[in-house]
Design a protein around this ligand. Structure first.
Ligand code: NDP
Length: 502
């Protein structure tokens, strides 16, 4: 099939290059969500190609894992430079694939991925893979070593494709592992660019490989006996399947899953600041962010002022041509996701009977004609919401904010925690002591005070409860890709003589 918009077809990538094969079980298209037009043809990886990609990683592992950390760090640093030099080119690809405005992808998606790669390269260069030495007694000590795990699987979601690929592959490769990575079938374009950048930087063939396809390809990958670890980002329900399959082989797992995070506006909060936070926490990336603060709790006494401020500010959420730097709001990523989000907005109006403050299921007004077929909906705010509504309980993963009111801080903490999710939480307030106190009571792994969403390389992030297992980034992010070996050394010359003669 011919390539679309200058994008060549994608094939399984292993042993350092794309590997077209005649046994591909099928093909699918990547689609530009702003226009619903196809962008590129992707050939599904066959079982034999998946096995070949894993074999290629196994072949590369002995040499890569024994390459001194400083040398690995130098190679990864070169990849950082290439990512930064090609920021705009890669951001264009991400915009085409995800539907996120170029103003966003060019400022965030590649930048935050490259930062994490730089962080882990620096960490291993600075001794981050060193173990510890423990003196037991004059004649004996224990030393520990951090050993790479082997061949690891990375499975990505579609909302931050290249960032997710980097957040997984950076610590994986830095620790001396090899990776077989499967991007989401909805956003596969970045994977081959990243593989090519790693190669150009000097990452040996077979260290980073890519397979393409839907859930069945992911399932073949994660259940393969040669895979030592699965790092997964996606929905809770898929995560349960993936973790179940990994458990069969006693594989290590990191699970970065969904959320329904509370944003708590305290009674002394600056309303302007809190409304800015709520907009960021609901409409950035058109609400397709796992850590979205979708349950916005405001004191009853502040409700009217807060709603008014949100309505004033929502005028600055601008849909339009994704490559216009004034556009800061894009479409939903795919038709299937559009249908889900529209269904949830209808649920809020018709069944939950929340009050629709603004938005709805229509397209944003003033969209250029060429974008009418895209997967657009307006930024939407519901108010008078209650804890038992479906829109308040279930992850929507779209531009839909729910405003709830409360009377006391104890009450809001209890209600904020009344969810099976525990990914993120945030508090806005002027009394920072009170903010700390409330944060300490919220059940979530990623929390913010008087801000929302920033997730720098130094900050370990991961969910509690159903929202995940383990963390990515920060020093603990490297620990997730190594196993420990402890060695006890005895210099006394004699092995303890338990079995001596009486
Ligand atoms: P999905 O769970 O639908 O898919 C995630 C990935 O898993 C995709 O690559 C998918 O393939 C693949 N997959 C599907 N079934 C299986 C299987 N049985 N075995 C192995 N892999 C499988 O998630 P979405 O792509 O819809 O992503 C959105 C979700 O991700 C939201 O819930 C969001 O909250 C969460 N997320 C969490 C983050 C975090 O850090 N906690 C960050 C970003 C998103 P395919 O799609 O190609 O069919």
């Amino acid at each position: 099939m011919a390539a679309h918009q200058g994008q060549e077809d994608r094939h399984t990538f292993y042993a350092g290059k794309p590997q077209p094969s005649s046994d591909s079980p099928g093909q699918f298209s990547s689609t530009d969500p702003s226009t619903a037009k196809p962008v590129c043809t992707i050939h599904t990886s066959s079982p034999a190609s998946i096995t070949a990609a894993i074999q290629s990683a196994q072949d590369a592992f002995p040499s890569w894992s024994s390459t001194p950390p400083l040398d690995r760090a130098r190679i990864l640093q070169r990849a950082v430079s290439l990512l930064r030099a090609r920021n705009d080119e890669l951001a264009r690809i991400e915009t085409l694939d995800t539907g996120k405005p170029f103003s966003e992808t060019s400022a965030v998606d590649i930048v935050t991925g490259a930062d994490v790669l730089e962080y882990f390269a620096n960490l291993i260069a600075g001794g981050g893979l060193n173990g510890e030495s423990i003196r037991l007694r004059p004649s004996a000590w224990v030393y520990t070593a951090k050993e790479p795990l082997g061949v690891c699987a990375g499975i990505g979601a579609w909302n931050y494709p290249i960032q997710i690929a980097l957040w997984k592959s950076a610590p994986c490769l830095a620790a001396g592992n090899c990776m077989v990575y499967k991007p989401s079938e909805f956003t596969p374009l970045h994977a081959q660019y990243l593989a090519a950048i790693y190669k150009e930087a000097g990452v040996p063939d077979g260290v980073f490989n890519v397979v393409y396809g839907a859930g069945d390809v992911g399932a073949q990958l994660t259940s393969h006996p040669a895979i030592a670890k699965v790092s997964f980002t996606g929905q809770v329900s898929t995560g349960e399947k993936v973790a179940g399959s990994a458990a069969g082989g006693m594989k290590y797992v990191t699970m970065e899953l969904g959320g329904k995070s509370p944003l708590v506006v305290l009674p002394d909060a600056d309303v302007n600041q809190a409304a800015d936070g709520a907009l960021l926490a609901n409409f950035y990336s058109s609400g397709q962010v796992c850590t979205n603060g979708t349950r916005v709790f405001v004191p009853k006494t502040m409700k009217q002022e807060f709603e008014q401020t949100v309505l004033e500010k929502i005028r600055f959420v601008r849909a339009g041509d994704l490559f216009d730097m004034n556009t800061n709001f894009g479409p939903l990523n795919s038709k299937v996701h559009y249908d889900k989000v529209v269904g949830m907005v209808k649920q809020g109006i018709e069944k939950d009977k929340a009050t629709l403050l603004c938005g709805g299921t229509a397209q944003p007004r003033g969209l250029p004609g060429g974008l009418k077929d895209g997967y657009w909906i307006e930024p939407t705010v519901f108010t008078d919401c209650t804890d038992d509504m479906t829109i308040v309980k279930e992850e929507i993963f779209g531009p839909v904010m729910s405003i709830l009111t409360y009377d006391t801080v104890d009450e809001v903490v209890r209600r904020a925690n009344n969810t099976e999710h525990g990914l993120a939480a945030g508090v806005f307030g002027r009394d920072v002591n009170e903010c700390h106190t409330v944060i300490s009571k919220l059940q979530a792994g990623i929390t913010w005070i008087n801000t929302w969403g920033e997730s720098p390389a130094e900050m370990a992030v991961g969910g509690w409860k159903q929202s995940g297992v383990g963390v990515e980034n920060g020093k603990r992010g490297l620990e997730a890709w190594v196993r420990n070996k402890s060695t006890l050394v005895e210099m006394g010359g004699e092995v303890p003589t338990v079995f001596s003669k009486l």
